[in-house]
Design a protein around this ligand. Structure first.
Ligand code: GLU
Length: 321
């Protein structure tokens, strides 16, 4: 069915979703990374950016929180820019693991068969693929420049978070060396792990993530800066990955109940992409048992249901002013 929704319908739905989700209780801050345990659990923001560049922001949308695993999305895009989507498929893969984000078991099960850049193992492998090889500073610049281009403004490293993660990332060290063992790390192991840890420690706002989502939804054209950040064909590839594994072992439940491909992070952020229409991001620190923000999930689900939108609805939806 062809239908239209108005910009003011979207603003109203977002405002209502924010108001209703604000009162939702439950969950707890991630505590395996000490910095995250101490963030104010009441913080909550909801941002939406349409593919025409219009943005709506409610609540704490300028607060810089740890991007964590949402950073896997831009670095997967950068790996695709540098090595093509097929190069990423060949070296990492595009399969859901069906297991938690930091699973070692998944690597053992699939040691001859890569998984996806949206879980820890694949994300560390993606960092190892970023050019130029062996040059930490230049690789780091490539990673952060790409995030800046996608958001239209720069992220900022949260030093305390980076130190906190570096001091406690024993599981990720095990993952990195196991990947090396199976020939799935394409640069120095320590450099690759450090880049992954650093990118997870970037501070980002929900307003910035909504623009990143909108850039993906807009086939690589950042609607705020009007710059083409990546080849339009990459858009469907990264959105497919988000749809298949963005919520780890709960991705099916998420897509079934929300209708929108999205990526979570243990910092409390969630970024969603509604192809052709908008990017959306929400942030609230308390997480459910799988490491996904309780309020952020609620807010995005509410907005999708208020607008009766879903990626598989079959509707041809256009936004009019
Ligand atoms: N830096 C975190 C880790 O590697 C990210 C996990 C996540 O956000 O899912 O454990």
């Amino acid at each position: 069915m062809e239908r239209t929704i108005t910009v003011s319908d979207i603003r109203k739905a977002a405002q209502e979703a924010y108001n209703e989700a604000k009162g939702v209780k439950g969950g707890a801050n991630a505590d395996y990374i000490p910095y995250l345990a101490n963030i104010d659990p009441e913080l909550f923001g909801l941002s939406i950016t349409l593919t025409d560049g219009t943005s709506f922001n409610f609540g704490d949308t300028e607060y810089r929180f740890g991007i964590e695993s949402v950073s896997k999305v831009p670095t997967a895009i950068l790996a695709m820019i540098q090595h093509t989507p097929d190069g990423v498929l060949e070296r990492i893969g595009a399969d859901a693991t069906g297991l938690p984000f930091n699973s070692i078991f998944a690597i053992l099960l699939e040691n001859d068969h890569p998984s996806t850049p949206l879980v820890n193992a694949g994300a560390i492998a993606a960092c190892s693929m970023i050019a130029p090889q062996g040059a930490t500073d230049d690789k780091w610049k490539a990673i952060t420049d790409n995030i800046t281009a996608l958001c239209g403004s720069a992220p900022e490293l949260i030093d305390e978070l980076y130190e906190s993660e570096t001091a406690t990332n024993f599981n990720n060290r095990a993952i990195s060396w196991l990947l090396k063992n199976y020939g799935r790390i394409y640069d120095d192991v320590d450099i690759s792990l450090d880049l992954y840890t650093r990118q997870c420690s970037l501070g980002i706002t929900s307003a910035q993530l909504a623009v990143m989502g909108a850039t993906i939804a807009n086939r690589g054209l950042n609607p705020v800066t009007a710059k083409q950040v990546f080849d339009p064909a990459i858009s469907a590839k990264i959105t497919t990955m988000m749809a298949s594994v963005g919520f780890y072992q709960h991705t099916g439940d998420w897509l079934y109940t929300s209708g929108i491909p999205a990526k979570t992070g243990v910092g409390g952020g969630v970024m969603g992409v509604m192809p052709g229409l908008f990017g959306i991001a929400a942030f609230a620190p308390p997480l459910d048992g799988a490491g996904n923000s309780v309020k952020a999930q609620t807010a995005i689900r509410l907005l999708m249901s208020k607008l009766d939108l879903g990626i598989f609805s079959g509707d041809k939806v256009s936004v009019v002013s």
